[in-house]
Every structure is written in C-alpha cells, then in structure tokens.
Design a protein around this ligand. Structure first.
Ligand code: PLP
Length: 465
C-alpha cells in the first residue's frame, strides 16, 4: 500500500439519493420556468438526478485520473511535439559494442535506456505501460497484442505442469474456454467457483494452487469480487491474485486491496481504447514479474511474442487522456438508466443500485469520482424477449447489437448465447446468468434523455409483445 492509499477516507464519499430527494428534484425541474426556481436550485436538482455516486474526490484522496496525468513525466515528441513520437523501429543500435552482451545477460535494460528489439521492449509501448501502471498504482505495466494474450502469458508464467488455478466461474467466455479446454491439456488443474461466495475460493485451495483468478466485476452478472477478502486469502497461502479489471478501469483500483502478489490485467480493446478501433491488452504487475515475462530464455511475453503494435500503444496513450471523463459519463448515464429500468419493473444488475447484492461492497472498494462503471444487465425473461429488445434498440438507433463493450456508443448483446456461450448452460444457471439477460455497455454519445427515450421505447415495445 502506498502513502497515497493511506489517506483515502474509510467512508467513501458517495451521495445517497433517497426517493424523496429524487421526487423533489423532479418537481423542481418541472417548475424550472417559474421565477422562484433559481439556476442554483435547478442545477442542484439536476445534480441529484444525474450524479448519484459520482461525487468529485477531495484533492487529498487517491485519484487514478490524477495519477494518470501527474504520475509519469510527459513524453514530448522528438522535435518538441506535444505528443510523443512513435518508435516504429523493430531493432535498436548500441553505441558501444560491449553494451550488446550486457543486454543479453540482463545487466543493461530499459531502465538504463537500452533497447534491443521490439518483441522485447519498445519505447512507445513502455511509455504507455508506465502511464497505465501509474493509473493502477502498480510498479509497472506492459501492453500486449490482445487481452487474451495478456491473460494467457500471465497464467502460464505463473504455472507449471501439476499446478492449479482457482477461477471465478463467471469469467469472460474466452478466458473460461482457455481455462477449461486448454490449460488442463498443459497439465494445469482448474477449479471454477461461484464468485458470489468468497469462501468457496478458500475451500478450493490445495497445496498446488498458485493463482486465484477473478474479474473485479463479473460478466454479465455484475457480481463484484470481494478483492480485499481474496487478497487476504491469497496472502495467507502465498498465492498470486490475478484480477481482470477490464470492466471497471478507474472505478476500482485492485492494487489498494493489499494483495502481496498481484497482477492486474486489461483487455485494452474495451474502455481503455473507447473507440473500438484496435484489439490490445496489458499486464500491470511487479518489476520482478515483468522481468520474468520478458526473460530472453524463459519469458512468456518474449517467447510467445504477443507484441502490441507501437502505433496502437501511441494511440491508446492519447485515448488514456480522455478515459477519466469518459468513465464518469459512462457511469453517470449507466446509473440513471439502471434506476429507471428498475423503476419500470425490470430485474436490473448494476452495482450502483441499492438492490445489487454487493452494493455496499462495491461502494467500499470504489474510487467514488468514477462511479460504478458503464456496464449493466437486465433480465427480459427469455432469450427471445432479450433478442427482441436488442433488435428494437438497434432499430431505434439507441445501440448497436454487438459484442464487446466500452465503446462511445451504447452496445447491447444477449450474453447466454454470445460472449458467455462457452459456459455450459448448467454453469450459467448456477452463476445466475439467465437466458433472458441483455447486457448493455452504456455509451455517452447523444443526449442523455433522448437516448433514454429509445431504451424506454424498446422496453415498452418488448412488453407489448
Ligand atoms: N477480459 C474480459 C473481461 C473480456 O471481456 C475480454 C473480451 O471480451 C477479454 C478479457 C479478452 O480481450 P481481447 O478480446 O482484447 O483479447
């Protein structure tokens, strides 16, 4: 834990909006034309309706957005450009011939400004990784070609034949398939447990367990992993805790949950990118672990070679600058829409709702400024109805019916038959993933109210049959 973490207040600063406050705020807005309603009052009412859970952090509190800006020296372009230059070279010169063997022996490296070959370290990728590490309050981070390669390299670097991994049963379908179908063929044992019950992880630990693997927010059930409890468990058994934070960048900082041996993973394809224009991933970890991953003889990153194109790292580095305001707006809209969908009688899964079973847990872990994230699910009762909703919303130009998430526009998909179809139906049922669950990645384009009207109309249309 860093000093920055220590000053974080115990009680998160989250605005609690009661139904009475909301009713009053709506009334005030309806009366907005009347003289007695001053702009200040109107703004206060709009704030109550729109900003629950997204209160600005006090300067003294940890703010990952601030760390993203101030945590790393700004990299200027070669000729003083405000943006850094892209280092598109695959290979690098040494000035003195004796440096080359020293690099191969690990005596010289990026810390000394020595680059060798871009499958190893690349300066543009390295700088992007440094900013991501600052945002995550981790020692170091390095990008990869995809989220899946970040996951594959991390687990394989940590595991040998005969070792075991305990994973949440609700992990992303591709991760689930890797763990279920491929790792066992490499002699690695995998136990899936229900993340609703943290104690199940403890019960599954054996002497061979090397990794506990979870997603901060499970897909698509929005179950929040109790990262503090899992960190304690992992520490007690000297196990690594690997957390995929792809759903919830900025909102949650796994590094503050006090795991001794932590790796935080990203598919940068999603919110980190935000424009859905490039696949990528990242591994945030200790310097020691990254050295292992990049070892010229045994490193999984070095030898499997899932390199991010430096042009992508450059672009992601630019996109990172807008991540804080993007996440605030994703979260603000997701919370409002989740509340309204719930008021319409739907079963809605969103950690910002007080009806969410882990609302208190999520609130105790989150960085309040960034809200509860942009992802929500709603149960439409059957696969057919959920599909109908997705199609209608697309027809109304309220969303694209597409997998993936974190895009500027809203995306909708029906998880049981798409991104979670790798999970067997009985396992889906066990984890609360019903066939009628539609997952929404709430975008921030268009008017907040006009986009809501489309969602409302699509819901009403499904209901009418
Ligand atoms: N982790 C999560 C939570 C995901 O949803 C995904 C993909 O959807 C991945 C990892 C894999 O990332 P990528 O598609 O970038 O390989």
């Amino acid at each position: 834990m860093t000093d920055k973490t220590r000053v974080q207040s115990e009680t998160p600063r989250v605005v609690r909006v009661t139904p009475d406050m909301k009713a009053l705020a709506r009334f005030v807005l309806e009366q907005a034309g009347r003289e007695a309603i001053t702009d200040d009052v109107r703004l206060a009412a709009a704030y109550i309706l729109g900003h629950e859970g997204v209160e600005p952090a006090a300067e003294s509190e940890w703010d990952p957005g601030r760390a993203l800006k101030d945590g790393v020296r700004h990299e200027f372009g070669e000729r003083g450009g405000v943006n850094m230059s892209i280092e598109a070279s695959t290979t690098f010169t040494v000035i003195e011939s004796e440096t080359m063997p020293k690099i191969f022996q690990g005596e010289r490296g990026v810390k000394e400004g020595c680059y060798l070959y871009s499958r190893h370290f690349n300066p543009t990728n390295f700088h992007f990784g440094q900013r991501l590490a600052a945002m995550e309050d981790m020692k170091i981070a390095y990008p990869t070609a995809s989220g899946m390669s970040a996951i594959g390299c991390t687990v394989r670097q940590n595991l040998e034949m005969g070792d075991e991994v305990i994973a949440s049963g609700t992990v992303y379908g591709g991760t689930h398939a890797l763990f279920e179908n491929i790792l066992p063929r490499e002699g690695i044992g995998v136990t899936f447990v229900n993340p609703n019950n943290t104690k199940d992880f403890e019960r599954a630990i054996t002497l061979k367990t090397k990794i506990i693997y979870v997603e901060t927010e499970a897909n698509p059930t929005m179950v929040i992993a109790d990262l503090r409890a899992l960190a304690q468990m992992a520490n007690a058994h000297s196990i690594a805790l690997v957390v995929d934070n792809t759903f919830t960048p900025l909102s949650f900082t796994p590094a503050h949950m006090e795991a001794d041996n932590l790796v935080v993973l990203y598919s940068t394809t999603k919110f980190i990118n935000g424009m859905s224009d490039a696949v990528g991933g990242a591994i945030c970890c200790s310097e020691e672990f990254l050295t292992k991953l990049m070892d010229l003889r045994t490193g999984r990153l070095m030898l499997d070679g899932p390199v991010m194109d430096p042009k992508n790292a450059f672009q992601l580095n630019l996109y990172l600058n807008t991540l804080p305001i993007r996440i605030m707006e994703h979260s603000r809209r997701a919370l409002m829409y989740a509340q309204r969908m719930e008021e319409m009688g739907l079963r809605v899964y969103y950690p910002g709702l007080s009806s969410h079973p882990q609302h208190e847990l999520a609130t105790s872990m989150m960085n309040p400024r960034y809200g509860y994230g942009g992802m929500l699910s709603a149960d439409f009762g059957s696969a057919e109805m959920a599909m109908k909703f997705a199609d209608k919303l697309q027809e109304l130009n309220g969303a694209f019916h597409a997998v993936s998430f974190g895009y500027c526009h809203t995306l909708v998909s029906v998880s049981a038959t798409s991104t979670s179809s790798e999970v067997a139906p009985e396992d889906q049922r066990a984890m609360g993933l019903t066939p009628g669950l539609a997952r929404l990645s709430i975008g921030f384009t268009g008017g907040l109210e006009s986009e809501w009207k489309k969602i409302e109309e699509a819901i009403n249309c499904v209901r009418k049959g």
